[in-house]
Ligand binder design. Structure first.
Ligand code: GLV
Ligand code: MN
Ligand code: MN
Length: 438
């Protein structure tokens, strides 16, 4: 029997899942050691660490019989072909880049789970050194190069290139050292002029599936290991500059001060006040700097970020309008000027009903009773599916993250949950295979 038979897994011994989960946990530890940070996990787009994790991922992809390639945007890809070389592929994956001082599972887990899915589902060809997908589609594992946007501010650069949504304006983005995206491409050995070659068409893809730790506490609170994702929040990110006047900290009376940092601080409180009063809108100020940054000078300039998310694009945009009016008031009252620069925008993505169903069926197969209904969650966290959604149907599986902490070194997932998650994901892929009639 092949794993695809009747859309169910067959011939896979139950102990294969915990064994694969143990390998994944060990490899998460191995990838965590590839970092630019001293005692921290920090791995950004087009860095030497990015090249090193790509090489490791490629090695592990080849180990399970995939052919590998680095695409024109630095995404590491592995292919388990269908018997028909012209068949489209189901892409499964996540990202290998991180935030600053990250945990070891955000993104990484999804890439490593995808590789193990290939190990679990592949079938031998005539020559036993060649492996095939048992379905009418190939399986392509994607280790996306930039989901977080840590280095250039704009997130989802790797998956946007694959979705064919590259914007040439992005070449001018610069990192904290002033290195532009275009220069970073060249330093990494990529040709900016060829980024379009990373793009896929809808005809080449059956869909995109991703497993990811939940980056909040819902699963942990409910005592469930897995959830189906219904949609991914829309996002906008801004860099705000506030201009006031730098003056002597001792000699300047309060009625003469135009303190940019106080304006920015009041703005940060407005972000909290306005966003927390709206359903499924989340706003965060994660960066705040004062200039000239001297202890005895009233700050003449402040720069801060706003990360805005919402379940629906319209509600998110309405909140931004409201926030902008509040910032006009705050800055006007304090004699300050402000200007926003939008560095990232991505629409909400609704997971494909069919892929939600196959993920639900996959989770269902791991539940003790067929009458139990798997949990469905909306994702306020961003994922590569936000970019992939413009070219192909997207489905996601969430795994429990104890305490829900993420973007932090304490981020966690248990090997037992990874084993259950692998089973659910393998079942989901098999169900998708059955839908295609294979
Ligand atoms: C990515 O993890 C994001 O949601 O910012
Ligand atoms: Mn993240
Ligand atoms: Mn992630």
């Amino acid at each position: 029997m092949t794993p695809a038979e009747n859309g169910r897994l067959a011939g896979i011994p139950p102990e294969a899942f915990p064994a694969a989960a143990r390998r994944i946990m060990a490899r998460c530890d191995e990838l965590a050691r590839v970092t630019a940070g001293d005692g921290q996990i920090t791995r950004v787009y087009l860095s030497p660490e990015h090249a090193r994790v790509n090489r490791l991922a490629a090695e592990w992809m080849r180990e399970v019989g995939m052919s590998t390639r680095l695409d024109a945007a630095g995404n590491q890809l592995g292919l388990l072909p269908a018997v028909d070389p012209d068949a489209p592929v189901l892409m499964i994956g996540s990202h290998l880049d991180t935030v600053i001082d990250a945990g070891r599972f955000d993104g990484i887990l999804g890439v490593l789970m995808a590789i193990e899915i290939v190990r679990l589902l592949r079938v031998p060809g005539g020559d036993d050194r060649i492996w095939y997908s048992p379905f009418g589609f190939g399986i392509e594992v994607a280790a996306f190069s930039d989901e977080e946007g840590t280095r250039f501010g704009k997130a989802l650069l790797g998956s946007s290139a694959i979705a064919g949504d590259w914007d040439d304006e992005w070449w001018r983005l610069a990192d904290a050292d002033g290195v532009t995206l275009r220069e970073a491409y060249r330093e990494f050995g990529l040709d900016p002029g060829r980024v379009g070659e990373a793009a896929r068409t809808s005809e080449q893809l059956v869909g995109y599936l991703e497993a990811h730790i939940e980056q909040g506490p819902e699963l942990d609170r409910r005592g469930e290991p897995l959830a189906v994702v219904s949609s991914i929040a829309s996002a906008r990110r801004f860099q705000i500059t506030v201009e006031g006047e730098a003056r002597h900290a001792g000699g300047t009376p309060y009625d003469m001060r135009r303190d940019a940092l106080l304006g920015a601080s009041e703005a940060a409180l407005a972000v909290e006040r306005i966003c927390s009063s709206e359903h499924h809108i989340i706003g965060t100020v994660g960066q705040l700097e004062a200039f000239p940054g001297a202890v005895n000078v009233v700050p003449g300039e402040a720069r801060f970020s706003i990360d805005l998310r919402g379940e629906f694009d319209g509600a998110r945009d309405a909140v931004w309008e409201r926030l902008s009016r509040d910032l006009d008031d705050i800055m006007g009252r304090r004699g300050l000027r402000w200007r926003p620069r939008e560095v990232h925008s991505a629409p909400a993505v609704f997971c494909d009903p069919l892929l939600q169903d196959v993920v639900r069926a996959g989770i269902g197969s791991t539940l003790p009773s067929a009458s139990e209904d798997p949990l469905t969650l909306f994702s306020p966290a961003g994922h590569d599916g936000m970019a992939m959604g413009s070219v192909t149907p997207v489905g996601m599986l969430f795994l429990r993250n104890p305490d829900g902490i993420s973007h932090h070194p304490d981020e966690a997932v248990s090997a037992a949950d990874v084993a259950i998650g692998l089973r659910a994901l393998a079942e989901a892929v098999a169900h998708r295979g059955a839908e295609s009639g294979s």
